[in-house]
Each structure stands twice: as C-alpha cells, then as structure tokens.
Ligand binder design. Structure first.
Ligand code: COA
Length: 331
C-alpha cells in the first residue's frame, strides 16, 4: 500500500444571523468601541439564537453547505470529526448527531476537544485516517457556541468570543498535495489560565458553582496572550525549518483569530508581510475551533492549487501547533 497525502478538497461554513456589535456591548458592560477595536481588532461577532439550537445546528449547516457545493453523496463519507469545546451535551457525541442529520449513514464519528487548537489537531487526525489507506472521505468540522459559556457581565471575555462553524473535506491526493507536516504541542500547566472550573469531574455542577459563575469561561488574558505569541511563533519556525522553507515560500498564514494584536505580533516576529496573513477577526471575534475553517470559507476564492499554507493555533490546555499544507484545487 502506498501512503497518500490527505488534501482539503472542499470547504463549507455557517455563522448565525444575529450580529453582536461593539455598540451593543457598550450597553451591556463597561466597555467602548475604541477599547475593543484597539485591544482586539474585533468590531462584531455572531451569536447563535436561541442557544438551545446547540453547536450541532451550526455544524450541520456548515456540513450541508459543503455537501451541496461539492455535489457529494453524504453516504460516501467515512468519518465525521467535530472539533468543539462546546458540544451539545457533556455526554453524547455531537459528531454522531451531526453525521446522522447530514445523511452520513456509513460513517463513524467522534468529537475532538482541543479548545482553540481543536481544528488544527483535527487536521492531524483527519490526515492520519486518510493516510492509513482505510478511509477516503473525512469530514472535519470546527464548531463552537462560545456564547453558551460566556459571562456577559465579564467585560474581559464577553467582547472577544463569537459563534460559528466551518467544515472541510479531506481526501487522498495523487499529486502529493495536502497536509505535509506539523508540529503539535501541549503544556498542561496552562490550564490554570484558561478554563471552565465547574461542570467536569473535579467540580461537578451544583447550585453553588452556578452562583459563583464557575460554569463560565475564565481566562487570564495577559499570560495567555504571551504564551500564544511565543508558542505559535516557535511552532511555525520549527515546521518551516523541518521542511527547508523560509517565510518567503509561504503564500498564506491561516492563524487562529484570537486577537488582532496576536496576529500582528506573529507577523512581526516572523517578519511576514501582512498580506500573507488571512484575517477576519473583525467580523466574527474568536470562534474557538471554527476560526481556521471560517478563514478558508471566507478566502477560498483566493486560494490556488499548489500554494503553500501555514496553519497555526493556540488554545486552552494549553494546546498549540503549526501545520504545513499545500492547497489542492482552484475554485
Ligand atoms: N473594555 C474596557 N476595558 C477593559 C475591557 C473591556 N472590554 N477588558 C478589560 N479592560 C481593562 C482591564 O480591566 C484593565 O484595566 P485596569 O488597568 O484598570 O486594571 C485594562 O483594560 C487592561 O487589561 P488587560 O487584561 O491587561 O488588557 P489586555 O491588553 O491584555 O487585553 C485581552 C485583554 C483579553 C484582550 C488580551 O489579554 C488578550 O487578547 N489575551 C489573549 C486572549 C486569548 O487569546 N484567548 C483565547 C486563547 S485561544
């Protein structure tokens, strides 16, 4: 059996209709458009309403768009991976529900929890499944309903996050295009800086934990910012080095959209041209596992066959990495 590379062959996406602007946030917490724009680069984000629709609603919409665009028979999909930090329920696989709803009747499915690196880790899993030779079509979805875990009285987190979903199809490629290499890492000590304390096995949900707001996402922004920049830069440098590439060989950097200043710092540290960075944070905020596929969704028409893309992400855990992928099609 010859090992084949796994290439992205289609992209789909979905963002909810409801737009939460900086002006609307000014009415909710002590903040202002100038602070949010200058500190984060975010102008607006999308919010799933009602929340009870669940992350699967957006994942299904993104997957259906991909299936339609690609004219794909869902029964031909072998595997559905949903990368998410906000599954529909703590127990019962969101991916299983998504697979059934889209008609992927011959697939198996699982959720992958890598926080903001969930999609990057999912690319590794999808690619490995394809390269095993056992699977031909792997649907990878990054989807998060961050509004379901945000405290809308906490100005330091509520301005940053938004909801959305993006989907890509991975298939074997005969021209050696697709995922080429990756550097993926974790540092478990980082969990103190970015977490939801209650609702897991260590601190099951109770009326006390809810009263204390421990079911909401809590982060210490400054250390997270620092670790995010240095670790993403390190991972990118390593993956470039491993592949004898320089920054000039790279067409686009597809970086997790956490904060525009983080993107600026990555570009500065690596001496990248700003045109090399794909950016849409101003419209969606940080959608966690959905940021990378939503960039592909927005910029798909710009991407050309054989172009070299560098993906990078950083998230809770800590989790992070960088992945080198060559684009496999023209739209
Ligand atoms: N509006 C106005 N002021 C705000 C504010 C808001 N929405 N949020 C925080 N502030 C205030 C703080 O209270 C603080 O005031 P003080 O100096 O009087 O104490 C001041 O702004 C500076 O706070 P700080 O937290 O140091 O700001 P910052 O420049 O680090 O920006 C983040 C905050 C969260 C935007 C930034 O740290 C960040 O983006 N961190 C990384 C987040 C991230 O990537 N998370 C996801 C990981 S994938």
């Amino acid at each position: 059996m010859t090992t084949k590379t796994a290439a992205i062959t289609a992209v789909g996406g979905y963002v909810p209709e409801h737009v939460l602007t900086n002006a609307a946030l000014e009415q909710m917490v002590d903040t202002n458009d100038e602070w949010i724009t200058s500190r984060t680069g975010i102008k607006e984000r999308r919010i799933l309403k009602p929340t009870s629709l669940g992350t699967s609603f957006m994942a299904i919409a993104a997957a259906r768009e991909l299936v339609q665009k690609k004219n794909l028979d869902p029964a031909a999909i072998d595997l559905v991976i949903v990368s998410t930090a906000t599954p529909d329920m703590p127990v019962s696989s969101t991916a299983a529900f998504v697979a059934t709803e889209i008609g992927a009747l011959n697939a198996f499915a699982y959720d992958l929890q890598g926080a903001c690196s969930g999609f990057l880790y999912g690319m590794s899993a999808a690619s490995a499944h394809i390269s095993s030779g056992r699977y031909q079509k792997v649907l990878l979805i990054g989807a998060d309903t961050m509004s379901s875990i945000i405290d809308y009285t906490d100005r330091s987190t509520c301005v940053i996050f938004g909801d959305g979903a993006g989907a890509v199809l991975f298939e074997p490629n005969d021209e050696d295009l697709g995922l080429q290499d990756e550097v993926l890492r974790v540092d478990g000590k980082g969990r103190e800086f970015l977490k939801i304390e209650a609702g897991g096995s260590m601190l099951p949900a109770s009326s006390d934990t809810v009263a204390a707001g421990k079911h909401f996402l809590h982060q210490e922004g400054r250390p997270v910012f620092k670790f995010a920049v240095s670790n993403m830069v390190d991972a990118i440098e390593q993956v470039l080095d491993q592949n004898n590439l320089t920054k000039n060989d790279i067409d686009y950097v597809v970086a997790h959209q956490a904060n525009k200043r983080i993107l600026d710092a990555i570009a500065k540290n690596l001496d990248l041209d700003y045109e090399q960075m794909l950016v849409n944070i101003e419209r969606y905020g940080n959608t966690t596992a959905a940021t990378l596929p939503l960039l592909l969704w927005d910029y798909e028409s710009k991407l050309k066959k054989n172009q070299k893309l560098l993906f990078t992400a950083f998230g809770g855990g800590f989790t992070w990495g960088a992945t080198y992928l060559t684009w496999a099609y023209n739209t």
